[in-house]
Ligand binder design. Sequence first.
Ligand SMILES: C[S@@+](CC[C@H](N)C(=O)[O-])C[C@H]1O[C@@H](n2cnc3c(N)ncnc32)[C@H](O)[C@@H]1O
Length: 369
Amino acid sequence: MAQSTAHADNITMSGGGVYSLATIGAKDVIDRAMPRVLSAIDSMRAARLQEHVHWTFSDMGCADGGTSLDLWRTVINHLRDNDARDIQIIYADQANNDFNALVKILHGLTEFDAYLPQFENVRVLESGASFYTSILPANSLDLGFSATAMHWLSTLPCRLSEHVHMVGAVGGERETFAVQAAKDWQEILLQRAREMRPGAKLVLVNFCIDEEGRHLGHTGGVNMFERFNANWQSLLDQGTIDADEYHAMTLPQYYNTVEEFSAPLLDPASEVYASGLRLSDIETAIVSCPFAEDFKKHGDAARFAKAYLPTIRTWNESTFAGALKPERSSEDRAELIEHYYGLYENQVAADPTGHGMDYVHAYMTIEKI
Ligand SMILES: C[S@@+](CC[C@H](N)C(=O)[O-])C[C@H]1O[C@@H](n2cnc3c(N)ncnc32)[C@H](O)[C@@H]1O
């Protein structure tokens, strides 16, 4: 097993609003959760109307907030039918997130259609607290939401010797990732259990490995993670990077199965179950890669390749760049990273068949009794 580096620092999304502009698919994933979120709110509404407290929602791992604007606008409109109570939404992400972009997007200073100017008595707060820690005071949260974020582990459990991602890991290395992921999932849930009021809900939309073994970028066509690895390996074979740099590139991510997500919520002996959390519902769903869908209409392979690569770069460029030796100059680094993604872009342009980053998620609702 390769040596662990025990860090998960190099995982920032692209800043300056680039994240939301390049990730139309992530917005589609969130939009698909709307009925689930509204139904979670409806199930609490009657009880909450008896109380004179404001609504408190959280959006954990929000990045620049652009992809969930429509979700929260829909939620607020839905509540405003018969409920004028104050609403506060806590947007939380890691402290190194681009909070400037978040604040500007939320407050209507960009081309995104902000909801804040449209409503009274709605407040947003921005928090740099990780979802592995406490974000809110105890017993204060009504609905916690998170999309496409909780696959980031709290720490890298080990470097993978022959792959860049756990989906390609085998044997002891795969098991090491699974153990870390189970610990992390438990921590995320216990932190939320403390924050949630009785009757509160979590709607979590997390990457998963589905019942047929499919996952992000692997739904029947070209396996995106195999491409990442083969191209990174080719840089090693050509001597462009060295063995340390090849091995330093392990994404600190884990995609749980439905069983792994469900286990602590169904086991009466678990700490999570004892905390009062119960799984109300879980289902998996695939949201098609919008760039591959677009390609079906326009048929221009070069255009597809150019549009597709930025969505990949938003979430893994910082990790690939972080694997390069610090003694490299910034020009050398930038050139190498351009070259790396250029390889993939050229491959898609040369033969676009089967390329695309379909999203594979588990959508779940969890209640605190
Ligand atoms: C792919 S983006 C998802 C953004 C948005 N929720 C969406 O679905 O479009 C993942 C986000 O999770 C954040 N993230 C990763 N680990 C985190 C942690 N421990 N606590 C809070 N946010 C985290 C990243 O910084 C990033 O902004």
